[in-house]
Design a protein around this ligand. Structure first.
Ligand code: ZN
Length: 277
């Protein structure tokens, strides 16, 4: 198995994985989207709310705030020594007390929440929560815990993840010489993978595999049957979009940690099964 990073920015990661089956690629996708623990607000106490929004709407907004997560320190409540009651190893608190002393409406942002752990804070301090009028006041206490997206989407570690096949195109341009058409495929391809600017024969653009969606229209439409489109077996191009709750390195290493745990659990369960011969 090999892995090649194509693109890495603060919020996007693209990489090619070679040498795995589609079942394994899908297992990786499913673990990343639903089984990596991240921090999110799970309990809210509203002590004062003069805003026009109901308490429930504000609580819902707080629940969906992406919070930076530290998996080295925090544990899932069910795995914590406190038994899930709530302690510094499995719970963080966020408080917010804002009074609008100005004469204009005041917007309360995620950055107005004060965390008891400076490492666990909203990913972006400019996420609007609620707007209050002059002399209005909001006092909130919120508690965050680690959770899994298979229980609630607010605990999803990534915004999006998908993979696609690695496209391969074999193009025999020697067949173009006798073609009566002025290269229909260079006009038809939705991703403009064929360059026909030299007017003699089309050229397949470099890095076509980054854009090709395997629609096969070039293969079907070429009158000379000069094109063959297929995909590489066991090679996948992954794209991950993150809101920044966890670094990509942690997401990938945690994914394989969970993957191996699942395999071990499966093998142990299999060994316990008695098969009658
Ligand atoms: Zn605890």
């Amino acid at each position: 198995m090999s892995l090649e990073i194509l693109e890495k920015t603060e919020h996007n990661l693209k990489f090619i994985v070679d040498g795995i089956s589609i079942e394994m690629a899908n297992a990786i996708r499913r673990i990343i989207i639903s089984e990596i623990p991240v921090m999110a607000v799970d309990e809210v106490i509203i002590l004062k709310n003069d805003s026009p929004l109901y308490d429930e709407i504000i609580s819902h907004r707080l629940g969906l705030l992406p919070l930076t997560t530290d998996l080295e320190v925090y544990k899932l409540p069910r795995e914590c020594e406190c038994g899930g009651y709530g302690c510094p190893l499995c719970q963080i608190s966020l408080t917010c007390e804002v009074t609008n002393t100005s004469n204009t409406p005041l917007q309360i942002y995620s950055g107005d929440l004060n965390s008891n752990d400076p490492k666990i804070v909203p990913v972006n301090p400019k996420i609007p929560i609620v707007k209050i009028d002059k002399n209005d006041k909001v006092i909130i206490e919120a508690y965050g815990i680690l959770g899994l997206a298979k229980d609630h989407v607010k605990w999803q570690a990534v915004s999006n993840i998908f993979y696609r096949f690695y496209p391969q195109i074999e193009f025999d341009d020697s067949k173009c010489a006798k073609c009566p058409d002025k290269c229909r495929i260079s006009r038809l391809c939705p991703e403009n993978l064929y360059d026909f600017s030299n007017k003699k024969s089309p050229v397949l653009v470099e890095d076509y595999w980054k854009l090709c969606t395997l629609c096969n229209s070039c293969q079907f439409e070429c009158p000379e049957e000069a094109i063959k489109v297929y995909w590489k077996d066991n090679t996948f191009i992954f794209s991950i979009e993150s809101d920044g709750v966890l670094p990509f390195g942690t997401i990938i290493s945690k994914t394989f940690e969970i993957f191996l745990e699942k395999i071990e659990e499966f093998v142990e369960s299999l060994e316990e099964v008695e098969i009658e011969s």
